[in-house]
Design a protein around this ligand. Structure first.
Ligand code: SF4
Length: 345
């Protein structure tokens, strides 16, 4: 099948050459119609209207299955939308209008196996990973269904992107193809709960413009194991070493997300430990006040405590993001989606 949502322009060019013995005219026409003019039935293109045989073959081969938008929630300018996939599973995405552009936060899996205690998605467990088409489809839907001019993509929705590494990387290649969605890699962020193998694989791919966020949430092994049960004892040191070796482009920083939970990881000792752990890294910290989920044992921090934590970090020389980006309350780091998307539909 021709799944355009899975193909870069070069992939499509190779496919139309193999299948139909055609070249760049057909590939360019289909790609432009599909991605620029947002026509899911691009095989109807005017430019190939005289080639009925070719159009019939394209129609038969064509496959467009990103899932259907089943629900949308508008909140404070944000749009959270739920997509039902072909097998009935559901995933969530969020469109965030920022000052000068729009960002879409997408999911990479149905649920997540990491089981982070503060995360709505973690409670679901993992059903399956998403295909390339299902990930690129969320960006396509944000443009096609919601008419938003998406400029940034963050993989911070449901799932651990490095658990679905190959598909995520192909999705990034498709999204960043200049002939298609044209979202520059420097505007795409992968967020991991700290999968060391994934960070190493990404480092080896030589995609230096991509942004990397590590969801840390605890500055010592014991606490991290409590909050993120798949964290191995002793691996904070290994994570730090892995990040020190990560090839950062000049002027770029690693993003470290830290969900602040009242009286769990927001105490004075945690500030010190976090600053110490960050010392050898070129990193910026995003502090995200915990957003209470259903039946949670945890509490959000008070505003004053969040401010104090931030000020102390700055005093200790840590680069901290100045303000909490809008929408964090709704999605928080790579978690807290899932409440409206019980998978299995
Ligand atoms: S915080 Fe991220 S890695 Fe952890 S369970 Fe949630 S989605 Fe998975």
């Amino acid at each position: 099948m021709l799944r355009l949502l899975e193909l870069t322009y070069e992939n499509l060019l190779a496919a139309v050459s193999d299948r139909y013995g055609k070249g760049s005219f057909l590939a360019q026409t289909l790609y432009r119609e599909f991605y620029k003019d947002l026509k899911p039935d691009a095989w109807r293109a005017e430019a190939i209207r005289n080639s009925q045989g070719l159009r019939d073959r394209l129609r038969q081969d064509w496959c467009f299955e990103p899932g259907r938008v089943k629900d949308e929630i508008h909140e404070d300018g944000l749009i959270k939308f739920v997509t039902e996939l072909v097998d009935g599973h559901r995933v969530e995405s969020v469109i965030l209008p920022l000052r000068t552009h729009q960002t879409v936060c997408i999911s990479s899996q149905v649920g997540c196996r990491m089981g982070c205690r503060f995360c709505e998605t973690g409670k679901l467990g993992l059903a399956r990973s998403l295909s390339v088409e299902e990930m690129v489809g969320q960006v396509y839907q944000a443009r096609h269904e919601f008419g938003r001019s998406i400029r940034n993509v963050v993989f911070m929705g449901m799932g651990e992107p490095f658990d679905n590494f190959e598909n995520v990387i192909q999705a990034v290649r498709v999204m960043s193809d200049q002939r298609g969605l044209d979202i520059a890699q420097r505007r795409i962020t992968l967020s991991t709960a700290g999968r060391i193998d994934g960070i190493r694989k990404l480092a080896a791919l030589n995609m230096p413009s991509l942004n990397l966020t590590v969801s840390l949430n605890a500055p010592n092994d014991q606490l991290r194991q409590r909050l993120m049960p798949l964290h191995d004892k002793g691996s904070l040191a290994l994570l730090q070493k892995t990040l020190m070796a990560y090839p950062l482009k000049k002027g770029k920083v690693l993003n470290v997300a830290y969900v602040l939970i009242s009286h769990v990881n927001d105490q004075g000792e945690h500030v010190q430990q976090l600053a110490e752990w960050l010392k050898p890294l070129r990193a910026r910290v995003n502090l995200i006040p915990y957003n209470s989920i259903k039946d949670s044992l945890f509490q959000p921090p008070r505003q004053g405590d969040t401010d104090l934590f931030r000020e102390k970090l700055i005093e200790l020389g840590v680069n901290v993001q100045k303000r909490i980006p809008r929408g964090r309350e709704l999605m928080a780091a790579c978690g807290q989606l899932g409440a409206h998307a019980p998978y299995g539909g």
